[in-house]
Design a protein around this ligand. Sequence first.
Ligand SMILES: [Zn+2]
Length: 323
Amino acid sequence: MTKAASFASLSRDIATESDAYRYLERLRWGDIPRCAHCDATEVRYIAPANGVSRKTAGGSMSERRVWKCASCRKQFSVLTNTMMHATKIPVRTWCLVIIDMIAAKNGISAHEVSRKYGVCPRSARHMLHRIRETMAGPYKTLFHGVVMADEAYIGGDPANRHAWQRERDGEKDGRGTDKACVVTLIDQDTGEVRSRVVGSLDQWNLGKIIIGNVEPAGSVLVTDGWKGYNLAGSYFSKREVVNHEAGEYVVNGYSTNAVESFFSQLKRSIDGTHHHVSVKHLPRYVAEHDFRRSTCKVTDAQRVDILAGQMVGRLPYKELASH
Ligand SMILES: [Zn+2]
């Protein structure tokens, strides 16, 4: 499915705010609505008096679809306990931004969202961060089999650096050097990508990331020739080193090409779309790219399904407010 096709069909599916609620209800619950508080299935839809919308506390009309649980007696909507909990932005806008973000190879900027959908830049930035948090998902299973690992220095907002620091370091292009290191693992069988941001890169940090995400018994660790991987590699059943400095790109059928192309895409996106990413926010940008690369073999519509499955938990606004 192309970006245009999925985007057009989704736009048709969610022509109104209540359509957008129904769309999310289908994604989150399928045919059986469940209580967002206690997971019970004995729930009842509370239709608004006029059949379409109800008055909010602020006096405006809302098409929010509200349900009531027979078990815990609480009210809820499909947004309860998701990234959209208590949002003031139309749910239809959220859905369109999610699709935009999933389909755009380099991601989209808060500025673009603000301009296209008429939300204020602060809210746009907050929406994007919440979607990224959801993309980070709950990791449960360990990688197993052939696993590629690589690292790269990425990010750093030059605005955080003083002119004298840039001058001292001889920077001509104004790019900052307060960068963080991203370590990325790719499971060759499933294509799943997991990245972690670390302040300093040493064999202990690398070991923690790799052993925390991979079952080493029965697995092969494929890396470049850097010695920092030797500690983690010693736990694996097999270790393959592709020594780029010696002009090697494929060794015994193993290569690190996939993880290197991941980094070039990530750098392109951060330089081209976002321009500056502070180290603080880098884990979320990286999670967005992990999600997009992990799901690159499925359609955009299926990606939205996957994201909907991960749509639990809320990111407190105050964590993001100081951008
Ligand atoms: Zn309940």
